[in-house]
Design a protein around this ligand. Structure first.
Ligand code: SF4
Length: 317
């Protein structure tokens, strides 16, 4: 009786969705901000996968990248600081049929939202989580974030950040039930697109760390890697991110990496001499919490009462 009813069909006329069907308001990010390219990639993926806009939701917390839902013509939820993931999990728990994109930043996810991040990874609900990692709080105008590198001068540390930074991918790979971790760089649109599309096709929570330029406050952070392609390490595997060669041929530094190898994934994620991009880890067999939380959704009051009576009757003496 308490089984999941999976017919969430909408009465929509069959139609072909163009890019315009996903384009929301004009993006107000700074010129040259890495967020622009990621937005374009997600809109293209929506078009290429023909995602129904009425069944697509973009969720965010607070920060520059968290303006993402405003720029998508889908459903959206611009939430509280650090709370993108519990909102996204709540949506997935009740409407497992929806496609969910989460936009969060290094401050939003890895600081105030850290507890939610840990548990969302363990819940492994089917969604794409894009971590825009620019190493700084940009929206509130230049404060040290958990991923700021030592020496970075900010308003909170005018003489330079002092603590070693937190590595979001390495941390995620240490959480129980992690099922997908990838990395990409915002300045390579071909690789961003391929990485996020691969993430979309993974069943479970796909965590994608995007090394994101912030020309306003951290213009030097990714400057070397952008100018010198040898500082990028391309991870290759038949089950990995398969980006068009035309967009990745500049990367000569390549390694074969089996994304089922968790120990190797952690080792690669920890590298600081190069930026490894591609699929670090993937295990599609991990349990997904929506398979349990959605049981009982969409049943009538009468059905719920009958099921409750049946449970209570078990304790009758
Ligand atoms: Fe982008 Fe930085 Fe401007 Fe924010 S402050 S919109 S992250 S360039």
């Amino acid at each position: 009786m308490f089984g999941l009813k999976t017919d969430w069909s909408l009465e929509t006329l069959p139609r072909y969705f163009t890019l315009e069907d996903y384009e929301g308001g004009t993006a107000r990010w700074c010129p040259g901000c890495g967020d622009h390219g990621v937005l374009s990639a997600v809109q293209k993926i929506c078009r290429d996968e023909q995602l129904v806009p009425e069944k697509t939701v973009c969720v965010s917390g607070i920060g520059c990248s968290s303006r993402f839902p405003h720029y998508m013509k889908t459903y959206g939820f611009h939430g509280l600081h650090g709370r993108a993931l519990p909102v996204a999990c709540g949506i997935k728990a009740r409407r497992p049929d929806l496609t969910i994109w989460v936009a969060t930043g290094d401050g939003d996810c890895c600081s105030i939202g850290a507890a939610h991040w840990v548990h969302a990874i363990r819940y492994n609900m089917d969604m794409v989580v894009m971590l825009f990692d620019n190493n700084v709080y940009g929206l509130t105008k230049n404060q040290t974030s958990p991923t700021s590198r030592p020496g970075l001068k900010t308003n909170t540390h005018p003489r330079g950040a002092v603590l070693p930074p937190l590595n979001p991918s390495e941390t995620t790979l240490g959480i129980a039930n992690v099922s997908f971790v990838a990395q990409t760089v915002d300045w390579n649109p071909v690789h961003v697109y391929a990485t996020l599309r691969r993430a979309y096709h993974h069943k479970g929570l796909s965590f994608v760390r995007i090394f994101q330029r912030c020309p306003q406050y951290t213009p030097r952070v990714f400057e070397d890697a952008q100018r010198d392609p040898s500082l990028i390490m391309l991870l290759e595997h038949e089950d990995g991110v398969r980006a068009d060669e035309a967009g990745t041929k500049i990367y000569k530094n390549r390694v074969a990496h089996d994304p089922r190898d968790l120990n190797k994934a952690r080792e690669l994620a920890a590298r600081e001499d190069v930026l490894p991009i591609g699929l670090l880890y993937c295990d599609p067999t991990r349990p997904r919490y929506e398979e349990f939380s959605s049981v009982g959704v969409d049943v009538t009051i009468e059905e719920k009462m009958q099921a409750l009576d049946k449970e209570i009757d078990r304790f009758a003496i």
